[in-house]
Design a protein around this ligand. Structure first.
Ligand code: UT7
Length: 317
C-alpha cells in the first residue's frame, strides 16, 4: 500500500481562554499545582462554539493550505469522543459546509485520544481502495475535534484542570514514494479512564490519574520502540516525534526511558491542555505554520487514550 503525503493543515480553538488562575476560582487548585504536575498553563473552552464549528474551521483551513479542489476529495473522517449529536456525526454536519460532493464517504471515529491516529490509518486504507475505483477522488481530510469542556465535572479537580477544546486537520493524499509504518491496539480497560453516559444530567470524564500515567508511559515507550524496529530506522534517523499531549511529565518520562533527545519531541500542552483526538493534528498544524515540518522528514506520531487505545504512525511526510 502507498504511504501518505500531508498536503495541508489547519487548526481551530474556541475564543475563550481559561488560565490556571481562572480554574483556581472554581475548584481548589492552583497555577503552581497544575503547572508542576502537568505543564499546562491555559486551555480554551467553548462558549457559543460547538464541536462542529471547530472541526469546520480546522478542515477549511487545511483545504485552503493544501491548494487542492474540494472536487478531488473523496473522504472526510472526524475523530472525536465529544460529538454534538449521537447522530448525525460531526463529519456529516460539516460535509456540505465544506463544499464536498455527495459521493464523499464521511463518518466519525471514536478511539478517544488515539482517534486521530486510528483515523489516519483508516483514511490511508480507504484512499488506497477509492483510488482503484475513482481516480478523480485522490484526497482525504482527517480531523481531530473535541469539545471536552461540556463533559467535565467541574467539581473534580483531579480531572477538570487537564482538558481543553480544539480541533486540528490534515489533507492527505497517497504517495508511492513515502514510507509508512503503523501500530494500532486496544485492551478493553474501561475502569481507569473514560467518559460516562448521561448521569445526573450530563456525562463526565472519570480517571485514575496514576494508573493512566503509568500505562501511557509504558505504552508510548513500547510503540516508539516497535515502530523503530519495524522501519529499521533508529532514533537518529527520526526528525520529530509528536506524542499525544496529555501531560508534559508523561512525555518527559517517555524521553528519559528511551534515552532519546528531548528536542525531537514537540510539545504545546502548555497552551492547549489535553485536547484528546485533536492534540496531534493541532501540533502538526502548528509545526507546519512555524515552518518546522519539511518535505521528506521522518516524523513519528504516538498516542494513547481511553479504552485503553493506542497507536503510532511513522512516516516520511
Ligand atoms: O488522555 C489521558 C488523560 N489523562 C492523563 O493523562 C492523566 C495522567 N495522570 C496524570 O497526569 C497525573 O496522575 C495527575 C496530573 C492527574 C495527578 O498527578 P499525581 O501526581 O498523580 O497526583 P495525585 O492524583 O496523586 O494527587 C496528589 C495530591 C492529592 O492530594 P493528597 O491526597 O496528597 O492530599 C490530590 O487530591 O494532589 C491533589 N490534587 C490536586 N491538588 C490541587 C489532585 N488534583 C489537584 C488539583 N489541584 N487540580
Amino acid at each position: 500500500m502507498a504511504g501518505i503525503e500531508i498536503l495541508g493543515t489547519g487548526n481551530s480553538k474556541p475564543r475563550k481562554v481559561v488560565t490556571n488562575d481562572d480554574l483556581s476560582k472554581i475548584v481548589d487548585t492552583s497555577d503552581e499545582w497544575i503547572t508542576t504536575r502537568t505543564g499546562i498553563k491555559k486551555r480554551n473552552f467553548c462558549v457559543e462554539e460547538k464541536n462542529m464549528d471547530l472541526a469546520y474551521e480546522a478542515a477549511s483551513k487545511a483545504i485552503e493550505s493544501s491548494g487542492i479542489s474540494t472536487d478531488d476529495i473523496g473522504l472526510l473522517i472526524v475523530a472525536t469522543f465529544t460529538p454534538d449529536n449521537a447522530s448525525p456525526s460531526v463529519s456529516c454536519m460539516i460535509q456540505n459546509k465544506l463544499g464536498l460532493g455527495k459521493d464523499v464517504m464521511t463518518f466519525d471515529i471514536n478511539a478517544a485520544c488515539s482517534g486521530f491516529l486510528y483515523s489516519l490509518e483508516t483514511a490511508r486504507a480507504i484512499l488506497n481502495q477509492i483510488n482503484e475505483d475513482k481516480k478523480n477522488k485522490k484526497y482525504a481530510i482527517v480531523v481531530g475535534s473535541e469539545q471536552i469542556s461540556t463533559r467535565l465535572n467541574m467539581e473534580d479537580r483531579g480531572s477538570c484542570v487537564l482538558f481543553g477544546d480544539g480541533a486540528g486537520a490534515v489533507v492527505i493524499g497517497l504517495s508511492d514514494n513515502k514510507r509508512y509504518y503503523s501500530i494500532m491496539g486496544a485492551d478493553g480497560n474501561s475502569e481507569a479512564l473514560g467518559c460516562t453516559g448521561i448521569q445526573d444530567g450530563k456525562p463526565h470524564v472519570y480517571m485514575d490519574g496514576k494508573q493512566v500515567f503509568k500505562t501511557a508511559v509504558r505504552t508510548m515507550t513500547s510503540v516508539v520502540k516497535e515502530l523503530l524496529c519495524k522501519s529499521q530506522w533508529d532514533m537518529g534517523d527520526i526528525d520529530y516525534i509528536v506524542c499525544h499531549q496529555a501531560n508534559e511529565r508523561i512525555i518527559d518520562t517517555v524521553v528519559r526511558t528511551l534515552k532519546a533527545p528531548a528536542e525531537k519531541f514537540y510539545m504545546n500542552i502548555a497552551d492547549y491542555g489535553n485536547t484528546s483526538a485533536a492534540s496531534i493534528p493541532i501540533a502538526i498544524s502548528e509545526m507546519n505554520e512555524k515552518g518546522i515540518l519539511k518535505k521528506g522528514m521522518k516524523v513519528m506520531f504516538v498516542g494513547f487514550g481511553s479504552g485503553f487505545t493506542w497507536g503510532g504512525i511513522l512516516m516520511e511526510i
